[in-house]
Ligand binder design. Structure first.
Ligand code: SF4
Length: 437
């Protein structure tokens, strides 16, 4: 396809938001190249004359970042080094009419399920034969595998179902094919993602089928690590714990956002679980999968959260000692159930509570990491940076968790490979060590 300047089309895809959005960008990249269109991802060299911005519309900060990125490329268009700007993803799905009115310089806006239309606009066809293929934007030794789209959960604060629609599981045979192709192309770590991983299969197979999927993925040659992100606590399928314990290539790691610990708040947030049931679930997970690292995410400052509710969360974090923890301050999102409530917790109180939880978590993380000194751990190396080889253990997901640093001046390891590392020191977020070969 030629653009106005009769210049050959070169598309640059820019991704904002979560790993699920990143997979969508990888699918766009694969389809464009599959159509013979030159395409790149996050290419800062100003060579592309067409830009696709894959936006995030989750919470206030993320929305602002997406709008700033759109305005940046609209300006580039005005300066003439970009000819076409297209916007897709969650923000566009959620606020298309407002965006078309307020930023009309964008050539077209697309929703989260408009890939064929986006491709058509670029004079490309959706190629079904590419469903099992995917070009990666991550280092090729790890890849995200999105096992479903959308979410059926009623969480009161969450706008994701508004942008991603109802839960739709990807057929198991498609996922197995994708995983086999990724393994053939050098992927060693598969990170399973979804809005709600544990809901997998209910729509397609009329039962929770994550355990079956996991067992099949674990049999794929070349896949050395399989990681689970975004599990949901209510109705948690305990059968996956047996599969996790059985297969050494399934990471002893589980990301399970819990959001709160006060029963009053869990009810108000429509999480469908109590604190007691949550603790029982965490105990069962730790019993059935020894040495598992648990990551969670919490939200402070939801409407009607009192000091007493917050103290319950604080006490819960102190007692459950999570290996990894992320904290969000509540964002008052239109058209969510919570939007009908008054956003009555002042922003500074929200931030104070978030800081208090992170301070506590830093102490816990420091203690847990110190216990690893002297241990030998299997590490996957992602990059070389600042005189160090930087990698992760099976307890660490890329971008969000801890890292292992090995001095590069007198030790060598190839990026994308595993090595046994003896841990010599630690901080609250990192481990330092030496390679044992
Ligand atoms: S599980 Fe709840 S928080 Fe997660 S995407 Fe679904 S509705 Fe949102």
């Amino acid at each position: 396809m030629k653009t106005k300047g009769n210049k050959k089309t070169h598309v640059n895809i820019v991704t904002l938001g979560c790993s699920k959005n990143l997979v969508d960008s990888e699918v766009i990249l694969t389809q464009l190249r599959g159509n013979g269109i030159q395409a790149s991802h996050e290419d800062a060299r100003r060579q592309a004359n067409v830009v696709i911005i894959n936006t995030c519309g989750f919470i206030e900060n993320a929305k602002q970042e997406s709008i700033d990125t759109i305005l940046k490329y609209v300006e580039a268009k005005a300066e003439g080094w970009v000819e076409k700007v297209y916007v897709t993803g969650c923000l566009s799905e959620r606020y298309r009419a407002d965006l078309e009115r307020e930023i009309p310089e964008v050539d077209a806006y697309f929703g989260t399920r408009d890939l064929p239309l986006l491709l058509k606009t670029l004079k490309a066809d959706y190629k079904h034969e590419l469903v099992g293929e995917r070009l990666l934007t991550t280092p090729r030794h790890y890849a995200y595998l999105k096992i479903s789209e959308g979410c059926d959960r009623p969480c009161s604060f969450c706008a994701i179902p508004l942008m991603r629609g109802k839960h739709v599981s990807t057929p198991m045979e498609t996922l197995i094919l994708q995983a086999k192709n990724l393994a053939k192309n050098g992927t060693k770590e598969l990170i399973l993602i979804a809005q709600d991983l544990t809901y997998y299969g209910i729509d397609l197979y009329q039962k929770r089928n994550l355990a079956e999927l996991l067992a099949q993925l674990a049999e794929i040659e070349g896949i050395e690590w399989i990681r689970l992100q975004y599990a949901f606590p209510a109705g948690f399928p305990l059968d996956i714990l047996e599969v996790m314990a059985k297969y050494p290539n399934i990471c002893k790691y589980l990301d399970i956002p819990l959001q709160h610990a006060s029963d009053k708040m869990l009810k108000l947030m429509r999480r469908g679980i109590t604190r007691q049931k949550t603790e029982q679930l965490l105990d069962t997970i730790r019993q059935k999968v020894p040495n598992i690292a648990i990551r969670t995410t919490l939200i402070v400052g939801h409407p009607q959260e009192t000091e007493e509710d917050f103290e319950q969360m604080y006490d819960f974090v102190e007692k459950m000692r999570f290996d990894r923890l992320g904290i969000f301050t509540y964002s008052h999102e239109e058209n969510t159930h919570s939007f009908s409530l008054i956003d009555d917790v002042p922003q500074e109180i929200k931030q104070e509570r978030a800081d208090e939880i992170m301070e506590l978590q830093q102490e816990i993380a420091t203690e847990l990491n110190a216990q690893k000194v002297g241990q030998t751990l299997k590490v996957l190396f992602d990059r070389k940076e600042g005189g160090y080889w930087v990698g992760r253990t099976e307890h660490d997901s890329p971008e969000v968790d801890n890292e292992v640093l090995v001095k590069a001046d007198n030790q060598y390891v190839s990026v994308g490979s595993f090595a046994q590392v003896r841990i010599t020191s630690s901080t609250e977020f990192d481990l330092f060590g030496e390679i044992l070969n």
